[in-house]
Design a protein around this ligand. Structure first.
Ligand code: N01
Length: 556
């Protein structure tokens, strides 16, 4: 296999010239957690790889989401790469839940430590990818006018990178400052003395609102759906805790990889309905106090599958909100009703509910008084006009599929990914979509991704993809594609498993319902990362069952 030296920049070719020798072995799209690790692994194989990143620096989600309060809600020790024991020993986390700046420092350290930067092209967006069926090559086009040919493409584009533009009439007319949590100015924003509106109370809004309220003169939260948020109980990590963590890292990393969701705990075996009130309350109180995102889900085994069991935990959270929020009307407004706990992603907060006790913070219940539009001076609801200086849109993302269909990807027979996914994403094992050979996805749709610790899920995908590419090269094969039958079976299996849970009935980004016109499909695999890993490994061991592997055209 011909290979360009990793640090050598290939010269562009004309789109019309059809090469038989690719300029690169692999193009990785995106330089976040996924793209950096994929680059590291593929370079280990001796491949020529180029990572193409739209932003002006590496870091992916942790580069872009710089809103006040942004931090991970999986413990730092767990939300970090496991592939390098040396990295584990040398990096020191300062807090139980790392802030966005610390996570970004970590990713920069990884890029420097493993010499990754030389193969990353920044400020360049992949706009188009076209598959050449004869040569088994992808032609990649960027917004800088470059065209590259490559054997393999890895979409490391992230689950939460396609920002959902505010679908509110008049947004463009606002004369104050409009900000989106996912596109926060790098230089920061001084909100001192400002009247700030926040639209959206998902994880981004929940993390941002307490910090915005520390600065702003007034904060008005426009809430369409109340959220379930648990206290993070974040704190600095002591030197002793770090030392203890480092001592147990080797065993911990193995346990993480074997776990159901990338965090280590004993899955519950009892139904919430088998327990009496006192026992349940004690279990939920312990879950609440644990400071863990899954603290309440770890208590009983039927919270996400049985509506009555779920209601017991939902009511527990509402009781906590009533305890924290002093005004009973505000507490009720903030209390989710008719929304099963956990079916929209729960949040970890630091002072979220208590922030509403501050006299300059208020919530507008959009279920009663919806937004009519945005005006030059603020936000108009069916009840009244709210004059503000700043609007913070915490309105989320076109999750899971948005970053992929944003690229004009043309597969076999001239079919585009947009066309193929018109009724929802289709692929085998969340890894390859039939008709789009050699185009792998890291933690995309129909894999456990967003239902697990993302970093553990990323490592599993990257390692499977790397092994697959190594196998193809060793066997002198140039193409892998998912079979239509295997894909059909996988999509049906994912939907069937999701159908056993309370998830699909709820309008959320998990189901695509947050984006107008997006097909309503449950987008993640609910069977657990451990079972998923076993299925992926079994398929590979069985000669890549469910996939077709092909030799180069001149060998056919
Ligand atoms: O986005 P969201 P997010 N008018 O889609 C509301 C991850 N994450 O950025 O629920 C009024 O969850 C919308 O209302 P509704 C995490 O996986 C992780 O907060 O659609 N409101 C909702 O309240 C998370 O789940 C961390 O009724 C409108 C909010 O905007 C995911 O990213 C931190 C509206 C959007 O919530 C997305 O979180 C942050 C409209 N027109 C995020 N449109 C970590 O801690 C939307 N909304 C790791």
């Amino acid at each position: 296999m011909p290979s360009v030296h990793p640090t050598q920049t290939p010269t562009p070719t004309q789109p019309s010239a059809r090469p038989t020798v690719p300029q690169l072995d692999a193009v990785v799209v995106g330089a976040g957690f996924s793209g950096l690790y994929q680059l590291y692994r593929l370079r280990e194989l001796g491949l020529s790889v180029r990572v193409i990143e739209a932003c002006d620096d590496i870091g992916g989600t942790w580069h872009r989401n710089r809103y006040p309060g942004a931090r991970c809600d999986v413990e730092s020790a767990s939300y970090s790469y496991s592939f390098s024991p040396d990295l584990d020993q040398e990096w020191e986390w300062s807090e139980r839940y790392a802030t966005q700046p610390e996570l970004l420092r970590y990713l920069h350290h990884v890029a420097d430590r493993f010499g990754l930067r030389a193969d990353i092209t920044l400020r360049t967006r992949v706009t188009r990818a076209v598959y050449d069926e004869d040569d088994h090559l992808w032609q990649i086009v960027t917004d800088t006018g470059e065209t590259l040919t490559t054997r393999f493409v890895v979409l490391a584009t992230g689950c939460m990178s396609a920002v959902k533009e505010p679908d509110i009439p008049g947004a463009a007319a606002f004369e104050g400052r409009a900000l989106h949590t996912a596109d926060w100015p790098h230089e920061g924003v001084d909100l001192t003395g400002k009247r700030v509106a926040v639209i959206g109370t998902g994880c981004s809004g929940v993390q941002a609102i307490p910090l915005l309220a520390e600065q702003a003169a007034a904060v008005t939260v426009f809430q369409r759906t109340p959220v379930y948020a648990l206290p993070a109980h974040n704190r600095p990590l002591s030197a002793e805790e770090n030392a203890e963590l480092k001592a147990r890292y080797p065993q911990f990393r193995i346990a993480q990889r074997q776990s159901r969701g990338g965090t280590v705990f004993e899955p519950p075996t009892r139904s919430a309905l088998e327990a009496d009130d006192a026992e349940r309350t004690a279990a939920y109180a312990a879950g609440w106090e644990s400071g863990l995102l899954s603290g309440l889900l770890r208590t009983y085994n039927d919270i996400l599958v049985d509506a009555a069991a779920n209601e017991t935990v939902a009511e527990f959270v509402r009781s906590k909100i009533r305890t924290i929020v002093t005004d009973p009307g505000t507490a009720e407004t903030l209390s989710p009703r008719g929304l099963p706990y956990g079916t929209k992603r729960p949040c970890l907060d630091t002072g979220y509910y208590a922030t509403y006790n501050k006299p300059h913070v208020s919530v507008v219940d959009l279920s009663k008084t919806p937004i009519v539009g945005i005006t030059p001076s603020g936000i108009s609801t069916s009840e009244r006009d709210h004059t503000v200086d700043v609007i913070v849109f915490a309105t989320g993302f076109d999750a899971m599929t948005g970053s992929q269909v944003a690229i004009d990807i043309v597969g076999k027979g001239g079919t585009t990914l947009q066309e193929k996914w018109a009724e929802g994403p289709r692929n085998h094992l969340g890894l390859l979509s039939s008709g789009f050979p050699n185009l792998f996805t890291v933690i995309g749709p129909l894999s456990p991704s967003v239902l697990s610790n993302a970093v553990v899920a990323i490592e599993q995908h990257v390692e499977w993809i790397t092994d697959c590419i190594a196998h193809l090269r060793e066997s002198d094969l140039t193409e892998i594609d998912a079979t239509a039958e295997a894909e059909e079976e996988w999509c049906a299996h994912v939907a069937e498993l999701a159908g056993l849970t309370l998830y699909p009935a709820v309008a959320s980004w998990y189901t695509g319902a947050n984006v107008p016109g997006k097909p309503r499909v449950f987008l993640a695999y609910t069977g657990g990362l451990d079972r998923y890993r076993a299925r992926c490994d079994a398929a590979a061991l069985d000669g890549y069952r469910g996939f077709t592997l092909a030799p180069p055209s001149d060998a056919r």
